[in-house]
Design a protein around this ligand. Structure first.
Ligand code: PGA
Length: 254
């Protein structure tokens, strides 16, 4: 039985004081035993977030990680730096990173492995564009992204990875994939993990759906057998909406 995992991707939103305020609103609403709940604020908010989360079951995540321990990489942040701030998860290879900042499959693999080496759980994002879906290329594209992300990774590490399937056309557009579309591609991703690492890893690996997930569609998505959670953008900035999504995931787990 895989524990549901709901992560809020705050993207480039919230100053440190706004972050502390939102966490204060979230805490009474989303403490959950049945579901792993993570907030991923910007790097500059992490110290404030750590303090605001003191004693909470809500976990802290970052939005990226560099692959090197340290060195001449202006503007980048290492796993060790994040670890010391209480970070336990990191979103890796979000489509916005790939699209606007030139991140490659190779870099995604290096970043994910650096996270694992430091005890941070990578949330590796994969997903196709609308043109790719319409051309029938979804599985080829998402399969290749998934295989590239796991390159040179041992089975034990692979089982700890969280994958977020985020069709690019559904991110921030209000246009969610149907639960059937999301399930179909997520089951395919699980089959890719099975091909790479065997049954035990495929059953252990948690795969989230992301892309305009909200309190209205969360229950239906979470009811799908291969969907283990959500990576939530817009709705994660509203405490009530985020808590309703968490509740859907927690209810389904009972
Ligand atoms: P959205 O973003 O929920 O606002 O569509 C999801 C994401 O980009 O992770």
């Amino acid at each position: 039985m895989r524990k549901p995992i709901i992560a809020g991707n705050w993207k480039m939103n919230m100053t440190p004081s706004e972050c502390a305020k939102l966490i204060g609103e979230l805490r009474p609403l989303v403490e959950s035993e049945a579901c792993e709940v993570i907030v991923c604020p910007p790097f500059t908010d992490l110290a404030a977030a750590k303090e605001a989360l003191e004693g909470s079951s809500i976990r802290l995540g970052a939005q990226n990680i560099h692959w090197a321990d340290k060195g001449a990489y202006t503007g980048e942040v290492s796993a060790a730096m994040l670890k010391e701030l209480g970070v336990e998860y990191a979103i890796i290879g979000h489509s916005e990173r790939r699209q606007y900042f030139g991140e490659t499959d190779e870099g995604v693999n290096l970043r994910a492995r650096a996270a694992l080496a430091c005890g941070i759980t990578p949330i590796v994002c994969v997903g196709e564009s609308l043109a790719q879906r319409e051309a029938g290329e979804t599985e080829a594209w998402v399969g290749a992204q998934t295989k590239a992300a796991f390159k040179d990774m041992g089975a034990d590490d692979a089982a700890r990875v969280v994958i977020a399937y985020e069709p690019i056309w559904a991110i921030g557009t209000g246009r969610t994939a149907t639960s059937a579309q999301a399930e179909e591609t997520i089951a395919f991703i699980r089959a890719v993990v099975r091909e790479l690492y065997g049954e035990a890893a495929a059953e252990a690996v948690r795969i989230q759906y992301g892309g305009s997930m909200n309190p209205k569609n969360a229950a239906e998505l979470m009811a799908m057998p291969d969907i283990d959670g959500g990576l939530i953008g817009g709705a994660s900035l509203k405490a009530v909406d985020f808590s309703q999504i968490v509740n859907c995931a927690a209810e389904g787990a009972k």
